[in-house]
Design a binder for this molecule. Structure first.
Ligand SMILES: [Zn+2]
Length: 228
């Protein structure tokens, strides 16, 4: 599949994306060039056909499916085309390295020496996981992805969206991928259930400045929970 920027997405990435489109819109297959055309037109046409909010929801669902694939009971194609399958082995290695780096900062107290304050673990590890995702996703999918973080706020950016060149408000397919990736990080099914396991924080995912190519992830410390 040739993207808006003229680059080709690797085959398994295209297959997984098409599966997401088929699952979400019920569109049937066709020749590769027809699918090429269809993918671009679908993303261009979502807001025209469905309105901005519904169109954005559909694109997001395509992104969720791209990451996750079908649930086992509905599965009609191998999971090997999902982003989860393609990316997570390397992401997990990077997360492991980050955890070791975090733990290695913990030092026993020494008399007369000032203690070095550790960064809070939750935002540190979530930032590390987002950086791992951005690095592995960029490398394997060829779609550029970056991370900016300030304390408890992380932004995952897609500066050159292959589907719309960052022109469309409704193009939240990559935002959908990020949402599903975060839910996967906590081994949960929904963002709500992620929030139930986070003890000291509540987690929010929103587009920054209404641009779905800038996914803002905020960890808000719950009242009464102080930094250690
Ligand atoms: Zn886009």
């Amino acid at each position: 599949m040739l993207t808006e920027s003229g680059k080709a997405l690797p085959v398994p990435f295209t297959l997984g994306l098409i599966a997401g489109i088929v699952d979400t819109l019920g569109a049937s297959g066709g020749t590769p060039s027809l699918l090429d055309w269809m993918i671009k037109e679908i993303f261009r046409g979502l807001d025209v056909l469905h309105g901005i909010q519904a169109g954005s929801g559909i694109a997001r669902r395509i992104g969720h499916h791209w990451w996750l694939g079908e649930p086992p009971i509905h599965q009609y194609r191998p999971l090997t085309d999902t982003l989860q399958y393609l990316l997570t082995p390397t992401i997990l290695d990077n997360i492991h390295d980050a955890r070791i780096a975090y733990i290695s900062r913990i030092r026993p107290l020494e008399p007369g020496k000032p203690t070095i304050r550790l960064p809070s673990e939750e935002p540190f590890m979530l930032t590390a996981a987002c950086q791992a995702f951005a690095e592995v996703f960029t490398k394997q999918s060829t779609i550029e992805c970056q991370v900016e973080s300030i304390e408890d706020t992380i932004c995952i950016l897609f500066p050159s969206c292959p589907f719309c060149n960052n022109q469309l408000a409704t193009c939240s397919v990559l935002g959908g991928v990020v949402e599903e990736m975060i839910v996967w990080l906590y081994r949960k099914d929904t963002l709500d259930s992620v929030n139930k396991v986070l003890r000291d924080y509540s987690l929010n995912i929103t587009p920054r400045n209404n641009d779905s190519h800038h996914v803002l992830i905020t960890l808000t410390r719950k009242a009464g929970k102080h930094r250690n």
